[in-house]
Design a protein around this ligand. Structure first.
Ligand code: ZN
Ligand code: FE
Length: 256
């Protein structure tokens, strides 16, 4: 097994596409299929052959390229067992807690439903990499289109349990807007203020803010911080149950 290579490239207006590759076993997976042309261009630039697609959820900006890419590359498509009917071309069905081998790399699957039902995340523990789709964003979390706040909070707690050195590869560049909201609910978080300045500088230079370290998310992402006294005070939820603080934070973001 070689060191996992991750190639990140922009798709559509604000999605990120990812290719992951192991050079020894010569396998390459696309994390979601937001857009076919940039994905094929990325494969060409790296000289890689697409062998797998790992889908996080059914939305079109994540699975819209599945069928065309499968026809072109004859790759295997992996996705959620509980959402198999909405994942085009799915071959391998995964449930929470399942794991599988990708060219010698162990891949663990977490059900992180909330944004959609049957949203999964892919965690490669030996590579300290998490592909979180639209469940966990840099400084944010996915909008609750299908699930409940309690379900999303349950999902995010699974990710909170992962090591701080985990790199979080999320599916959208939403970070700058997320930072503005985060500062509005936890204004006295020094590390958040510092991070917001770094994000502004990166975006001004046209640079991505993704991936981010999970340890930094734990310290600055309001959706991972319902236990923060400053956040609780700011949104008038002092000493409330964490799930209720999370729900209120999500609701405030929806109306921000
Ligand atoms: Zn989505
Ligand atoms: Fe999306």
């Amino acid at each position: 097994m070689a060191k996992l290579q991750v190639h990140q490239f922009p798709c559509l207006s604000d999605n990120y596409g990812y290719l992951i590759h192991d050079s020894e076993s010569n396998v390459t997976a696309a994390i979601d299929t937001p857009e076919i042309e940039p994905l094929n261009a990325a494969l060409k630039s790296q000289g890689w052959t697409l062998t797998h697609i790992f889908n996080t959820h059914h939305h079109f900006d994540h699975s819209g390229g599945n069928l065309a890419l499968k026809a072109q590359w004859h790759c295997q498509i992996i996705g959620s067992k509980t959402d198999a009917e909405r994942i085009p071309g799915i071959d391998l069905l995964m449930a929470d807690g399942d794991s599988f081998d990708f060219g010698g790399h162990r891949v663990q699957v977490f059900d992180v439903s909330g944004h959609t039902l049957g949203h999964i995340a892919y965690y490669l523990p030996d590579d300290a990499a998490l592909f979180s789709g639209d469940a966990l964003f840099a400084l944010g979390c996915g909008r609750l289109f299908e699930g409940t706040p309690a379900q999303m909070w349950h999902s995010l707690q699974k990710l909170l349990a992962l090591p701080d050195n985990t790199l979080v590869y999320c599916a959208h560049e939403y970070t700058q807007a997320n930072a503005r909201f985060a500062l509005s609910v936890e204004p006295q978080n020094d590390q958040l203020q510092q991070r917001a300045r770094e994000i502004d500088a990166l975006r001004a230079a046209g640079q991505p803010t993704v991936p981010s370290l999970l340890g930094i998310e734990k310290a600055t992402n309001p959706f991972l911080r319902p236990m923060s006294p400053n956040l609780q005070d700011t949104i008038h939820m002092t000493d409330a149950a964490l799930v209720d603080v999370f729900a209120k934070t999500r609701q405030l973001k929806d109306n921000f």
